[in-house]
Design a protein around this ligand. Structure first.
Ligand SMILES: Nc1ncnc2c1ncn2[C@@H]1O[C@H](COP(=O)(O)OP(=O)(O)OP(=O)(O)O)[C@@H](O)[C@H]1O
Ligand SMILES: [Mg+2]
Length: 311
């Protein structure tokens, strides 16, 4: 199969909370005379697209067409994010809202260790993406699949309308959920909670049977086609109406699990857009996650890594 050609024709729209991950690397040789804290002398900096922007970046890295619709602040971090996305080949429609600050997570590291993380974020006073519904709808005819990447920063608080509109256009909608109110995701094609997110809405389970029962119950209650529970070192399980499929993790080595969820939903959306079935798409997405956890920092997977000889 000519994967590259197939993926190049696959179009995915990602909507959601974007953020900028910043890393400052330095040396620590002394304690500050001002307070009992280390002084880091910064030698190197790095920045990465995070949240929904990382989902879009994962799709572009695999050679798919990634469109991104999101709101950022009218600030330096917003410009940095836009620059990064353009460089990664994401077609980003970032709206600048002067009333909000772009979410930034800044890590200060010395000798491979994190000294401190500093978060810049504020909950927007209004539903920033609600004003973009017209643009969302206008983009739908040009895409095959919609991904809603909810990081609980307020961008998707009223996501229900987007799901309805996407459905009216016949576009599958995949949601990476946050929080404990899943009613707003009603009618989506698929949700991808991780273990703790699922536990937060469905409660604890003591056996696989109990997990199945809880997942099926939630799937029916929310009128979803399927629920994909990602289970860290246990891999992932797909609960669809017609079948339940479990895949163990493919990871050979685990260095950094942050961003694995973005790789899962990005790959899944891209493979569905390329015409694969849900269980087939899940297999690739599990493989991609297994590769990405072996890389340091919020990372992406490239086609040659994913397909190897089958490319
Ligand atoms: N510790 C691990 N060992 C092996 N595989 C892992 C591990 N963590 C994650 N994975 C792989 O990545 C997939 C997604 O990970 P996980 O369930 O932790 O999602 P997540 O919590 O949403 O990730 P994140 O929020 O950090 O991006 C898993 O289904 C599995 O395939
Ligand atoms: Mg996640």
């Amino acid at each position: 199969m000519d994967w590259l050609k197939r993926l190049a024709a696959a179009r995915v729209l990602v909507v959601g909370d974007v953020m900028l991950d910043r890393y400052w690397f330095g040396d620590v040789e002394r304690i500050s005379p001002e307070a009992p804290v280390p002084v880091a002398r910064i030698q190197k900096t790095d920045e990465r697209a995070g949240g929904a922007a990382n989902v879009a970046r994962n799709i572009a890295a695999l050679g798919g067409q990634a469109h991104l619709l999101a709101v950022v602040g009218d600030d330096e971090a917003g410009s940095a994010l836009e620059r990064l996305l353009t460089a990664h080949g994401v077609k980003a429609s970032l709206h600048r809202d002067p009333d909000i600050a772009t979410t930034v997570k800044l890590r200060v590291l010395a000798r491979q260790q994190q000294l401190l993380r500093i978060d810049f974020e504020n909950e927007p006073s209004h539903e920033v993406l609600a004003a973009k519904l017209d643009e969302f709808e206008a983009m739908l005819p040009q895409v095959d699949v919609v991904i809603l990447s909810d990081y609980g920063k307020g961008g998707l608080r009223h996501v229900q309308r987007m799901i309805e509109i996407a459905k009216a256009h016949g576009k599958p909608t995949l949601v990476d959920p946050k929080g404990d109110d899943y009613d707003r995701y009603r009618g989506a094609t698929l949700l991808t909670p991780n273990r703790s997110e699922f536990r937060q809405v469905a409660g604890r389970w003591a056996s696989e049977d109990e997990l199945c029962a809880k997942a099926c119950q939630l799937r029916e209650k929310l009128d979803l086609d399927a629920l994909l529970v990602t289970r860290s070192e246990e891999g992932m399980t797909l609960f669809a109406a017609s079948e339940i499929v479990h895949q163990p993790t493919q990871a050979q080595e685990v260095f950094d699990v942050s961003g694995a969820g973005d790789t899962v939903i990005g790959t899944l959306g891209l493979m569905l857009a390329a015409g694969l079935t849900l269980p087939q798409a899940m297999e690739w997405s599990n493989r991609a996650a297994g590769i990405v956890v072996g890389k340091l920092g919020t990372a992406v997977v490239h086609p040659e890594e994913l397909f190897g000889d089958s490319e």
